[in-house]
Structure formats: structure tokens, C-alpha cells
Design a protein around this ligand. Structure first.
Ligand SMILES: NC(=O)c1ccc[n+]([C@@H]2O[C@H](COP(=O)([O-])OP(=O)(O)OC[C@H]3O[C@@H](n4cnc5c(N)ncnc54)[C@H](OP(=O)(O)O)[C@@H]3O)[C@@H](O)[C@H]2O)c1
Length: 264
């Protein structure tokens, strides 16, 4: 794969998105970045410009489907070589033992599934017209392990993986490539609120490198760490009660600070 020059990236203001941008930055690279936090996005943009890239930023709440579509259309006035749909959020059982409320689950599904699905479809149109481009979806190993403490997160990531695989098949004859990353736990603000075991957790810079070097090598699915991926493959063959028994050692809750009452 030749080095992408025009790169659209959602969720660039922190964590994995910021590290992927750092990894890709250099002279001749044009970034199209979005996030909701102006200060954080501005700081990333300054750093990337210092590394020689050009950067356009947009403050977009991706749960606003119309605004997100407008942003993509603006970005695609020139062909986008690589679109990384990375933005996401994590919610689950709270300190009080209750699962997230239906409203919080809805926001999670809008952010992790509806947004990348609708953006992916729009980008597919633009890239099909251009006859080139790559879309990289950031899913999660959570797509392969439904977890009792995070049902809507599990569902959003499983749904995203199914969508991306279907889109990949549809776009392949048009010269547009779709890749999916399924990372395990990464040191980002997302895991800072996770209260429970985090097996195989790795720094965000390392995760970014694994994803982008896998993409550069032409891989369609980039799943890591390998031991967890293979463990989940094996686990998925077991009856659900045995799967639940294994998951018992990995129970967690999500810390929203004092007074957290997600079930309310
Ligand atoms: N950390 C992990 O262990 C892990 C594991 C597997 C997969 N992942 C996935 O990796 C991706 C990046 O997560 P991260 O760990 O780097 O978390 P993070 O540091 O919390 O970053 C999330 C990013 O998404 C953006 N975002 C969230 N909601 C948004 C919205 N409604 N509109 C626009 N932007 C929004 C945030 O930007 P603003 O706040 O500025 O809007 C931020 O830049 C997510 O899809 C996550 O599910 C993470």
C-alpha cells in the first residue's frame, strides 16, 4: 500500500485516534480531523503541523448524522485516500451495579454504530466515484465477546464489525478497500474509567503502530493481542453458560465519578 496522503480521522482529539495521527504525520500528509473538544483538537493539530502535515479540523458531534454527512462531503471535495472511523465511547454497569440506562445505551449505539455506519456509507459513495480509497473501522475485540457488564458496547462493536465486513465485500470490485481493527485493551481515557481486570492492556502508541503497520501490510482484519483473539475464538465454541463462567473472572464496572447512577 502506498502511503496515504489525504487522511480523514474521527476521534482525533485523544487516545488511539491521536496516536494514529502522530504515527501517520509527515510532510505531504493532509489531515481532516474531527472531534467535539476544541482545545484538545487544536493541540493535536499543532503537533501534526509541527511534524510537517497540513491539518483541517472540524468540531462535529457524530451523533448528529446530518452534520457528520456534511463534514464528510466537505472533506471529499478532493479524494480521501484513507478514512479512519475511530471515534467511540464506552459505557456499562455503574458503581451502583445497574446497567446503563436506555438513553445512555442509545447514545452509545449512535456513537459506536450509527455514526460509523452512516459515515462509512457516505465515504463509500465518494470513494467509489473516485475509484480508490481505504476505510479503516476501529471496532474492538469486544465484538467477539458479548459481556454482561457492557451489553450495548458489545452490541455496537459486533454490529460495526458485521457492517464493515459486508461493506468490504460490496466495495472490493470498485477498488475501494475496507479494513477492520479489533484491539484489546488500550491505555486511553476509555480504560481509565474501567474498574476491573484489563488483561493484555497496552500503550496507545503501540496499539496505533500495530494497527497501521497491519494496514500497510494489506491486512483486512487486524486483531490483537493474538492470545486474547485466539482465546475468544475458542470461547465462542463453548455453550453460553461456560462462556459466562469464564467471563466471571473479568467482571467490571464503569466509573463516572461519585454519585454514579446509570440505571436511573
Ligand atoms: N481503549 C480501549 O481499550 C479500546 C479497545 C478497543 C477498541 N477501542 C476503540 O478505539 C476507539 C478510540 O477510543 P479511545 O480508547 O482512544 O478512547 P478516547 O480516548 O475516549 O477517544 C474517543 C474519541 O472519540 C471522540 N468522540 C466520542 N464521541 C464522539 C462524538 N459523539 N462525536 C465526535 N467525536 C466523538 C472523542 O472526541 P471528543 O471527546 O473531542 O468528541 C475522542 O477523540 C473507540 O472506537 C473505542 O471503542 C478502544
Amino acid at each position: 500500500m502506498t502511503a496515504p496522503r489525504r487522511i480523514l480521522l474521527t476521534g482525533a482529539s485523544s487516545g488511539l485516534g491521536r496516536e494514529m495521527a502522530r504515527h501517520l504525520a509527515g510532510p505531504g500528509v493532509a489531515f481532516l480531523l474531527c472531534g467535539r473538544r476544541a482545545d484538545a483538537l487544536k493541540a493535536v493539530a499543532t503537533e501534526l503541523r509541527d511534524a510537517g502535515a497540513t491539518v483541517e479540523t472540524a468540531l462535529v458531534d457524530l451523533t448528529d448524522v446530518a452534520a457528520a454527512q456534511d463534514w464528510v462531503d466537505t472533506c471529499a471535495v478532493q479524494p480521501v485516500d484513507l478514512a479512519i472511523l475511530n471515534a467511540g465511547m464506552f459505557d456499562g454497569r455503574g458503581r451502583d451495579g445497574a446497567l446503563e440506562s436506555p438513553m445512555r445505551a442509545a447514545v452509545q449505539v449512535e456513537t459506536n454504530l450509527t455514526a460509523p455506519v452512516t459515515l462509512g456509507l457516505r465515504l463509500a459513495d465518494h470513494m467509489r466515484d473516485a475509484g480508490q480509497g481505504t476505510i479503516l473501522f476501529i471496532s474492538s475485540l469486544g465484538a467477539f465477546s458479548a459481556h454482561a457488564d457492557a451489553p450495548s458496547y458489545s452490541a455496537s462493536k459486533a454490529g460495526l464489525t458485521a457492517f464493515a465486513r459486508a461493506l468490504r465485500e460490496d466495495l472490493a470490485p470498485d477498488g475501494v478497500r475496507v479494513a477492520i481493527a479489533h484491539p484489546g485493551h488500550i491505555e486511553t481515557p476509555q480504560t481509565e474509567v474501567h474498574r476491573g481486570p484489563l488483561p493484555g492492556i497496552m500503550p496507545a502508541a503501540r496499539a496505533a503502530k500495530v494497527i497501521l503497520s497491519g494496514l500497510a501490510r494489506g491486512r483486512s482484519e487486524i486483531d490483537f493481542p493474538g492470545h486474547l483473539r485466539w482465546g475468544l475464538r475458542f470461547q465462542s465454541l463453548l455453550p453460553w453458560r461456560m462462556q459466562a463462567r469464564i467471563n466471571r473472572g473479568l467482571r467490571f464496572w464503569v466509573d463516572d465519578g461519585p454519585g454514579d447512577g446509570k440505571g436511573k
